[in-house]
Design a protein around this ligand. Sequence first.
Ligand SMILES: Nc1ncnc2c1ncn2[C@@H]1O[C@H](COP(=O)(O)OP(=O)(O)O)[C@@H](O)[C@H]1O
Ligand SMILES: [Mg+2]
Length: 417
Amino acid sequence: MTAGTGPRGARVLVIEPMGNAGRFLVEAADQLGIRLYAATHTEVHDGYAPWLRAALDGVCATDLADTPRALAEMESFCREHGISGVAACWEMLTPLAALLSSRLGLPGNDPARAHAARNKIAMGDAFAVSGVPAPRWAAARDPAEAHRVASSRELGWPLVVKPAEQGGSWGVSVVDAPGRLTGAVEAAQRYTHASPHGLRLDTRVVLQEYVPGEEYSCDTVVTDGVAYPLPVVRKDTTSGAYRIETGHTCPAGLAPATARLVRHTAARAALAVGIRNGVGHTEVKIPPGSQTPYVIETGARLPGDNICEVVEAATGVSEAAAYLQAVLGRAPQTEPSRASAATIRFLLPRSGGVLRRVAIPAVPGAHSELHLQPGDMVPDPADSSCRIGHVVARADTVAGARLLADQVTRRARVELS
Ligand SMILES: Nc1ncnc2c1ncn2[C@@H]1O[C@H](COP(=O)(O)OP(=O)(O)O)[C@@H](O)[C@H]1O
Ligand SMILES: [Mg+2]
């Protein structure tokens, strides 16, 4: 057994690498010469793709829903294997990663504040304490309390109802009138546990003032409390009651001063939720005519939706590599090495059904992936689980990348019944 943080062959434990960013962590670890280990459940590990199993030097099989047991088992695993960094790759597990790194004396996030990066009620408090611009909000335990909060008129209409703990727009809705509030609260309270680990969720809901305007995301890598903001990404979503991300584009097309402000605000949000050695994924909206980016949420994790791929294709910055460097206490490489453009576009159904046929044409400069296969049920478009597939397009300019993505999605054939 060896221990320590030598520059070569450092070992990082990833608490659940199965999410969207796992593949980017695997690529980055390979490039940096870092060995990856996973903490997960035996049955979740059984479902890992072959490339993920092959990329791991070892697995700590535990019960991530049982915090004392998981901490004890991961701690002895880390000591036995000479682990020198802990990376969470699953939003609900980011507080656990902070507790583990603290127990091991390794670089990591502030365990006393880590809950704020998972729970939108604690997050709202953390933003208020640090003066991060954010929509006004209130919490409610049930529809009756939500009606009382909404009738105070401080949040106005429309307002946004969302689960205190969830992601992927699950259970999030924009509510334009009191008559729709009960249904929205019930939809947000549907999730009591997070799959696949069975983590118990806070079933309270957050009611938020609706922020109009364009939406952006900006990730921040933090090493030893020093924030390194990454490029801003423009986010496209559906409109109406359910806001599902339909695409992400980098660069975001903002004026330099506005982009600087978004990066500054995202960094403040990441620090506010206790990120010290890690990464924060922050989403903001800028109301028309305003210069203030309002923070919608921050997670202490890499972004999902292949944003790592989009940012790297456009700028050369590997968010995953920077994250691994951060959890090892190293100065992250975050300077862009190219000025290109990339976009991801998701294929969404108009309504749910059974997927009968899907074909996405191959076009130079673009590649696509299917999320669902013929025969699969496609849910109604209320959250990101309805996505049928995606296309990533690269070009010299944003206009070129978006045009290419348009061409591919227009020519894609999707049949549902
Ligand atoms: N206060 C708000 N004002 C306007 N739109 C919002 C607000 N909160 C959420 N949304 C929209 O809903 C989407 C999902 O909400 P979010 O808080 O990011 O939840 P999740 O954790 O599921 O991603 C956002 O990307 C945004 O488009
Ligand atoms: Mg979000």
